[in-house]
Design a protein around this ligand. Structure first.
Ligand code: GTQ
Length: 360
């Protein structure tokens, strides 16, 4: 955005905006006068600037996987992953078209990598996560650690880590990318670079970090002060059975079901400082109570079938569907069969700033 902004309206000239109080000619003249010095009266904008409750342009939306998969596959015939650098169809919030964002702070997209393709090594300030939705056997490599990905795997590409993707399997693979790009760009802190080699040298045993840091032990010399998780792939086959254990012994949360958080094993915090992800198991015929929080949340159904009421709207979901709940909108889940929902939001960033709220 090149233009200076007053409130949310871009300004390119020095003419005063016409406010309610501009009906008084003395005030209108005053507003014109101060506008020449790039000033504006707070009393005309205060109630839209400091609002009683969160406001958002973002709307509830859903992408049914069965409907969008053919379009993702079609993109495979248009250009190679190499040409595209990343062959991704961006999921844009319908109220934020043209801005490459699914919520105000997060980017999401469906990435396709065909057998034999590579998406070359690069790194950037933005952090990424992947949630594997279709196909099996492609790899990602993060700072020299390779991981071969399967359905439901939650994979981290923390900020400034080198990453390349490749598909050595026989089937196309599609995953959901979520990045904090709009957040990084809000702070105007984006850097990015290509690595000299398209594919990094593999420096570690595959999935090394999950074993090394996700097993209740820490090897000598581990840098435990890291503010993001060292784990590259939180494999679904390791995480999913934990939900069944919770179901056996724990009380079900009336809003969320049996839920866990993808954690930084060094300090128990979120897996990244800007994005927090959770996985929840809801029993069959679960009728969740209404909940709201200030973090607009992206959900992905990994198993089962259900619906989420968001304000006046109801979104029906099934496996691989991606949907989004705007900030502070009351929502409630219900299920048919036993269901698993993945979710991700900017909650860690809000918590770090002391502005996160929820209402049960
Ligand atoms: O895989 O590195 O969807 O850099 C957008 C930007 C994926 C990636 C995206 C990226 C990537």
């Amino acid at each position: 955005m090149e233009a200076a902004t007053v409130g949310s309206q871009p300004r390119t000239d020095k003419k005063a905006l016409v406010y309610e109080g501009s009906k008084d000619p003395r005030r209108a003249a005053f507003y014109e006068k101060i506008s020449q010095r790039d000033m504006t009266p707070l009393w005309e904008v205060l109630k839209d600037l400091v609002t009683r409750e969160p406001r958002t342009a973002c709307v509830p939306a859903i992408w049914h996987f069965d409907e969008v998969k053919p379009l993702v596959m079609e993109s495979g015939g248009l250009l190679t992953a190499q040409e595209a650098e990343r062959r991704v169809l961006v999921l844009e919030n319908p109220a934020l078209r043209g801005q490459s964002r699914i919520t105000n702070t997060l980017y999401a997209g469906l990435q396709l990598i065909l057998p034999g393709e590579i998406a070359g090594a690069h790194r950037h300030t933005a952090s990424a996560i992947r949630l594997i939705l279709d196909g099996e056997g492609a790899y990602t490599q993060v700072d020299g650690e390779k991981t071969v990905m399967k359905y439901g795997d939650f994979v981290l590409t923390p900020n400034w880590t080198a990453h390349d993707h490749g598909n050595e399997s026989k089937v196309p693979m599609i995953w959901l990318d979520v990045l904090d790009v709009p957040t990084v760009n809000f702070f105007e802190t984006a850097f990015a670079e290509h690595l000299d080699d398209a594919v990094q040298n593999t420096a570690r045993v595959n999935n090394d970090s999950l074993w090394r840091f996700g097993s209740g032990v820490l090897p000598d010399g581990s840098d435990t002060s890291m503010i993001r998780s060292p784990v590259v792939n939180y494999a679904y086959e390791r995480v999913r059975p934990i939900l069944d254990r919770l179901k056996k012994t724990d009380e079900v949360n009336p809003h969320h079901g049996f839920r866990l958080r993808y954690a930084n094993p060094f300090n128990g915090g979120w897996s990244s400082p800007t994005m927090g992800a959770q996985l929840s198991l809801m029993p069959a015929n679960f009728k969740g109570e209404s909940y709201r929080s200030t973090d607009a949340t992206i959900f992905v159904c990994l198993e089962g079938k259900g619906a989420t009421r968001i304000g006046e709207e109801t979104l029906d979901w099934g496996p691989r569907d991606v949907f989004v709940v705007p900030t502070w909108k009351p929502y409630a889940h219900r299920t048919e069969g036993e269901s698993v929902l993945f979710s991700i939001s900017d909650r860690p960033a809000q918590e770090a700033l002391g502005i996160w709220r929820e209402l049960n």
